[in-house]
Design a protein around this ligand. Sequence first.
Ligand code: GLU
Length: 431
Amino acid sequence: MSNQNSIYQDALNRLRQMGEDAGTSPEVVDSLMHAETVVTASLPVRMDDGAMRYFTGYRCHYNSVLGPTKGGIRFHPQVNQQEVQALALWMTIKCAIAGLPYGGAKGGVEVDPKNLSPMELERLSRAYVRAMADFIGPDIDIPAPDVYTNARIMGWMMDEYKTIKRQHAPAVITGKPISLGGSLGRDEATGRGAYLCIREMAARLGWVPAEIRVAIQGLGNAGYHVARLLQKDGYRIVAISDSKGGIYSKDGFDIESIWRQKIKVRQVQAVYCEHTVCELVEHQKISNTELLELDVDLLIPAALEGVITTENAPNIKAMHIAEVANGPILCEAENILLEQGKLILPDVLTNAGGVIVSYFEWVQNRSGYSWTLEEIRARLEEIIIKAFNEVWHTSMHEERSLRSAAYTMALRRIGDAVAAHGTREYFNNGQ
Ligand code: GLU
């Protein structure tokens, strides 16, 4: 992963560029050039062998002008303050695009959770909440899952918060297990939202799914659901990978088989399964770098940020890219891709399904009334398609990239809220 340390700077450069495109007042853009609060904490965890280890945890409240801040917590060895701030800025933009009553936040712990036992993972999750308990809350900042965190971890975190505050507060965190106040449809939400955006784009481009070759980098929760839904519509998923590498077959793979095997052996393997019997299918092993440069119609980066840089951008062959990961394409790399006429569905719209259903979970927790899966899917579809239509319309009519159109929408909403408090013009001229 190159440029990791400058990812926040890259996000700020993009924000400036997008602000200029949108004609946003410098006062609004300036308000987004700084994080409101960043907390760094040392998290002491007793390991199974009796030793004490100290992990570094972060939580960033980026901007709260539209409401309490919202965003996931990631457990990953590359987590650092710059990364957390970049991700929190993108959450601010994402929540504004979806029209949610939230600002943006993000958190993380620098750890490789694959090296922890289940009990060490639980202690770390609880230690994170002990350190952050005063900075989170249903009306302050609401965490959720992100890379390498899941519903069980959210459940532990909610429980720790309850112990500290001595009261039930399920709305403090989203993405919980259903039995602990989680929402139906939250697990598939990021993938489903991305699928809906791709479906809308496909309708406008007149795509015939069977003719479309798709490569997906990253078979995590979001990658799996988007792959599964696309395959159901007849798309050919010709390549898929995880952190260890990928597989390619021009005929396409059966995603359910690969997912089931991945859960069992913790690795992407080219299998086809009938019930419990899995057989290896013909394929080629590829690296993650090779996957990104495959000759396919649709490329879906669904792993980490910064994977498409100015170095590999000229080698990308896919004419359509749907960003399911946060920030997979660096700012300058995107300019290269756009010059080549590529269409990029931006992360802040494409992966917003996750936080939209998180919002539904928060609303259900606060009202004490739960919705059906059908209701959740219908409401998700309504919100994301409305956002998609507006972004697409602005992009086509004003001849700007989809990201530029998406940022315009977000900056307008944030700008309206900033202006409601009074701007320089107002205070200077008394208007
Ligand atoms: N971590 C997810 C994201 O990056 C979801 C955040 C949330 O549900 O609050 O959008």
